[in-house]
Design a protein around this ligand. Structure first.
Ligand code: SF4
Length: 341
């Protein structure tokens, strides 16, 4: 089986260098019960103007990878043991704390899932947005207030000028998430990482927030990493998907292809567990078992205890990424069986 480029854009020939490139990233946490291996050799790339969805169940390592990019991992107990995180070709992991702080917000911004606990409850949203402009752009308070209203307009908060002095608790969950998006956009970063940005919202509001993110990404040339456990959510929003399991990327592909023809049994099982308009009839399947403890990742393919295609080889040998098609990778010994079914 060939050893190939494992990046989430493997096989593409992008015209430009990646905005962000993660190479062979390993992150572990020392706990009382042992070492939890949260990220085990992750590779992916994001280009300007591209949306990459990083998909996986909780504990798959998707958020830990994002925290490593942002430089907000708790260290200790966390530790980056290997790898590089190149932002416009510069390794973030060799930068000083001050250099990384300067990048945060200005060049790389993050949207968290829980807007209520991320916003300051005792400051109006206008103050919180305005402070970004005062601190980073040196604007006067008056000019920062005008810029805050413009930003609220941009993320479609109705009657922004009337609501600029309202406090976070006076907004609905969906509107608060729009404010979080506005804060991330304020300094016009090159890259936004949205970590489960719609988890706390109901389905209709989820769709509106996803539409907003897609619209904003189209308007600018920024890159967007969308971290989610919801395969149904990314169909419209992402260009590419990287599927993670037990700290590794098990499959990567353009969105349009992965829904039509998965090349990894885990992706296949995820797809069979969501309702789809293009497949009528038949029960939805759930994936048997639970994701492994990161303290005790199974030998061989980490997915083998839950995989209906597992064989003896899967219990002993870690599958290396192979390339089922030019823009795709699959880390499965028997990907042809899934791909060819
Ligand atoms: Fe399943 Fe084996 Fe492929 Fe792992 S390597 S996904 S256990 S078939």
């Amino acid at each position: 089986m060939a050893i190939l480029d494992t990046s989430a854009t493997a096989g593409q020939t992008p015209a430009t260098a990646p905005l962000l490139e993660i190479r062979d990233l390993h992150v572990e946490f020392r706990t009382r019960d042992g070492v939890a291996k949260a990220v085990n050799g992750v590779n992916y790339q994001v280009h300007s103007g591209e949306t990459l969805a990083v998909l996986g169940e909780s504990g798959s390592g998707k958020s830990v990878t994002a925290q490593a990019v942002m430089g907000i991992l708790d260290m200790p107990p966390g530790r980056i043991t290997r790898g590089q995180i190149l932002f416009r070709g510069q390794d973030l992991l060799t930068m000083t704390g001050e250099q990384r702080r300067r990048l945060r917000g200005r060049r790389i911004a993050m949207i968290f899932q829980d807007a209520l606990s991320s916003l300051n409850p005792v400051l109006s949203v206008g103050r919180q947005l305005g402070e970004m402009f005062q601190v980073h752009r040196g604007m006067s308070r008056k000019a920062a207030r005008v810029a805050a209203i413009e930003l609220m307009d941009r993320v479609h908060i109705p009657a922004a000028s009337a609501r600029v002095d309202d406090y976070p608790h006076q907004f609905s969950g969906g509107m608060r998430q729009r404010i979080m998006i506005a804060m991330a956009l304020a300094l016009e970063p090159d890259l936004i990482i949205a970590d489960e940005p719609t988890t706390a919202l109901d389905v209709t509001v989820q769709a509106q927030v996803m539409d907003l993110l897609a619209e904003l990404r189209r308007e600018s040339d920024m890159g967007l990493i969308l971290i989610t456990h919801d395969l149904g959510l990314v169909a419209e929003a992402a260009d590419r998907i990287a599927v993670m399991y037990a700290g590794r990327i098990v499959e990567s592909a353009p969105v349009r292809d992965i829904y039509r023809r998965p090349a990894h049994p885990y992706t296949e099982a995820l797809l069979e567990s969501i309702p789809r308009l293009d497949r009528k009839g038949g029960p939805l399947r759930s994936i048997e078992g639970l994701p492994p403890s990161l303290l005790r990742i199974p030998e061989g393919c980490a997915f083998h205890p839950r995989c209906h295609r597992a064989r003896e080889l899967c219990r002993t040998e870690v599958p290396l990424p192979d390339r089922p098609a030019p823009e795709r990778t699959s880390a499965c010994h028997f990907w042809k069986e899934t791909f060819g079914d």
